[in-house]
Design a binder for this molecule. Structure first.
Ligand code: 5AD
Ligand code: FES
Length: 343
């Protein structure tokens, strides 16, 4: 097992002991994670703007608000020129990476069009391009790589294969891990991660999720609380840590300790659970990346993976200004380069 040449992997028992800390010991864990973040990543925070360019999805993941069976969703796909228009504004907002995210809807025409969008963004802006559109055959990833794709985000959601199968009628954990392996082989920086507290998860599952991030040598790891969406089969299932939501930060701090070299975003779902403060606290407890929403304002209400998503009434320019203020108030600086992962 590798993932970090500078530190030994913690044992499962050690990770489990972190996950059961309470009170002052929990606060000490947060401080330790913050110190490791500062030592390994510095005070720079990289801002990666997300464009949710389509909510069309062929899958029926039990937790997700834009699953194909949710007939209440107004489906959209942004035209290439509109995506380019947002990307061109981003350097003025001090954002060096664009994240192109959508539902998982593989199609020859759509995948070709996305390749062209990647190519145009690389040619017309200096941005690094991250793609997050789900499982694909290796050849498709290879084509996007040739178009200039730098990174890919694909969460494995849970390390428990049986739980994964229950949550994902259209996919297996093995297939998901195959995608991540292919991406790494192709020289694409790979990001993974999981939801914290999906129904059926135990603390042991959570410990294994954290260890898997390191074992897979992920360059980026996004984790965030599971939030029940009323229009999904899991709408009435509470988060496994509903009686102790600070566990979401415990998981984040533990992630920084398990996998110190990873880029770890303060994910949007933290703000859904702790409005206005969640992402700031995440940045103080291990995170070093912020991913503001760059989706055009009029589409935001149609990309609700979970309820209470923040910034639905804002537009991209407002979020861009907000994140700069947030970082300043935390005494952090803004990452200037592309912010590629350490080797
Ligand atoms: N609650 C929290 N996170 C969710 N995601 C999807 N649905 C939910 C939900 N109900 C997360 C998944 C996915 C990412 C894009 O959003 O982890 O990989
Ligand atoms: Fe969107 Fe603050 S990040 S308004």
């Amino acid at each position: 097992m590798g993932g970090d040449s500078q530190t030994a992997a913690p044992t499962r028992a050690e990770v489990l002991s972190w996950l059961s800390l309470k009170g002052a010991d929990r606060e000490a864990l947060y401080r330790r994670a913050d110190a490791v973040r500062r030592e390994r990543k510095g005070d720079e925070v990289f801002i990666r703007g997300i464009i949710e360019f389509s909510n069309v999805c062929a899958n029926d993941c039990l937790y997700c608000g834009i699953r194909r069976s949710n007939g209440k969703v107004r489906r959209y796909r942004l035209p290439a020129d509109e995506i380019l228009g947002v990307a061109r504004q981003m350097t003025g907002w001090r954002q060096t990476t664009v994240v192109l995210q959508s539902g998982e809807a593989p199609s020859a025409a759509g995948d070709r069009e996305l390749g062209e969008v990647i190519r145009r963004i690389k040619a017309e802006t200096g941005l690094a391009v991250t793609v997050s559109v789900g499982n694909r055959p290796r050849e498709v990833y290879a084509r996007w790589r040739e178009c200039g794709m730098d990174r890919y985000l694909l969460r494995f959601e849970t390390s428990d294969p049986a739980l994964f199968a229950r949550l994902h009628p259209d996919c297996t954990l093995d297939e998901r891990l195959r995608c991540l392996r292919d991406l790494r082989d192709l020289g694409v920086q790979a990001g993974g991660g999981f939801m914290i507290g999906v129904p059926g998860e135990t603390r042991e599952t959570l410990a294994d999720n954290l260890l898997l991030c390191r074992e897979l040598e992920l360059d980026m790891v996004g984790i965030g609380p599971f939030i029940p969406h009323p229009d999904t089969p899991l709408g009435a299932e509470p988060n496994a840590y509903a009686d102790d939501p600070d566990m979401f930060f415990v998981a984040l701090a533990a992630l920084r300790l398990v996998h110190p070299r990873a880029h770890i975003p303060a994910t949007t779902a933290f703000d859904a659970v702790f409005p206005g403060t969640g992402r700031n606290l995440a940045l103080k407890r291990g995170a070093n990346v912020f991913m503001p929403n760059n989706t055009p304002g009029e589409r935001r209400g149609d990309y609700l993976l979970y309820p209470n998503k923040p910034c639905v009434d804002e537009n991209a320019g407002q979020c861009a200004a907000c994140v700069v203020m947030r970082l300043r108030s935390l005494g952090r600086t803004i990452g200037e380069g592309p912010g590629h992962a350490e080797g």
